[in-house]
Design a protein around this ligand. Structure first.
Ligand code: SF4
Length: 303
């Protein structure tokens, strides 16, 4: 089949299944182009919670599709590639979380959405990179266990002096490739450029950012700024969207190494197969859904 034929077949199947295609900003260009909604974890969580479709095809990684299932348990949620996981999400286990809870019994547990359903179910509240600071600030407790990402947790701690943040040693293997030297090097070629950085980057990279933003925040910043050149420190996939939506501006990836192999496992073929065969369906035990939903819904109310 040609690419156009596959796209036509996806459209036909979407109608037949009453399906919606949610696509994360890091996906490959062809997949971004077939999105009904394109966005970051927070945008897509909200869409998943409100869509009237019967089937959600989630073009992203496992924890994102799980989040959609938790928010819309009555819907069929499909992940086109069964191997699209997230190493960061796997860097906190229930055993490890329980040990932290025992060590800090009065602390609230804030869990980044880049986490498994079982961890969300054992948390007080979830957050995304877009609302992490607001979520932590909203808590009554002064002590917070923040999992799984140490860099996002560290960033939150630099914004809120009033809270003690207990970090877990997890990290995104894609974002930690971006170094301070990468940014300084790009700045030397493009001295007028603004530097926008995702908070999953290392602290020394975040420190030299002009703006620290989620991918959704980057999309809005790129649209609204008068600046014509922007150095982008996050996964490379977002550059396609930024250029497409802002053809008169220049976007430079901070590092060509910032590629998430899991995000590249979804393609037009497996989206089509996913709709044809209703696979790979996300299934989560009911009791975990019920508990995880409370943490996610509290998050969605903030912002
Ligand atoms: Fe996970 Fe990092 Fe890939 Fe996002 S970019 S899915 S956090 S490994």
């Amino acid at each position: 089949m040609t690419k156009d034929e596959i796209v036509e077949e996806i459209k036909r199947l979407k109608k037949k299944r009453n399906a919606v295609i949610l696509v994360h900003n890091y996906q490959i260009p062809e997949v971004q182009d077939i999105a009904d909604f394109l966005g970051d974890s927070l945008d897509l969580s909200r869409k998943a919670a409100t869509t009237k479709a019967d089937v959600i095809v989630f073009c992203g990684v496992n924890f994102m599709a799980e989040t959609a299932k938790i928010l819309s348990p009555e819907k069929t949620v499909l992940l086109p590639s069964e191997f699209a996981g997230c190493p960061l999400a796997d860097m906190i286990t229930l055993d490890k979380l329980n040990r932290l809870k025992k060590q800090y019994p009065s602390a609230a547990v804030v869990t980044y959405v880049n986490s498994t359903a079982i961890i969300k179910a054992n948390s007080d509240i979830c957050c995304t990179s877009a609302n992490a600071v607001d979520v932590v600030q909203s808590l009554q407790q002064n002590e917070v266990i923040f999992v799984p990402d140490r860099n996002l947790g560290h960033y939150v701690s630099t914004q809120l002096n009033s809270k003690r943040i207990i970090l877990n040693n997890g990290y995104c293997p894609t974002h930690i490739w971006i170094t301070k030297d990468d940014i300084l090097n790009m700045k030397s070629f493009h001295p007028e450029a603004k530097v926008i950085v995702h908070p999953e980057c290392n602290p020394e990279v975040v420190e030299i950012a002009d703006e620290v933003l989620s991918t959704g925040g980057m999309v809005r910043f790129a649209k609204n700024t008068d600046v014509k050149e922007i150095i982008v420190a996050t996964e490379m996939g977002i550059i396609y969207r930024l250029k497409k939506e802002n053809p008169k501006k220049e976007f430079y990836p901070a590092s060509p190494k910032a590629v998430c192999s899991n995000m590249k496992l979804t393609n037009l073929e497996n989206v089509m197969w996913s709709l044809q065969e209703l696979k790979y369906e996300i299934e989560i035990p009911k009791e975990i859904i019920e508990k995880a939903k409370i943490s996610l819904e509290k998050m969605i109310k903030i912002l």
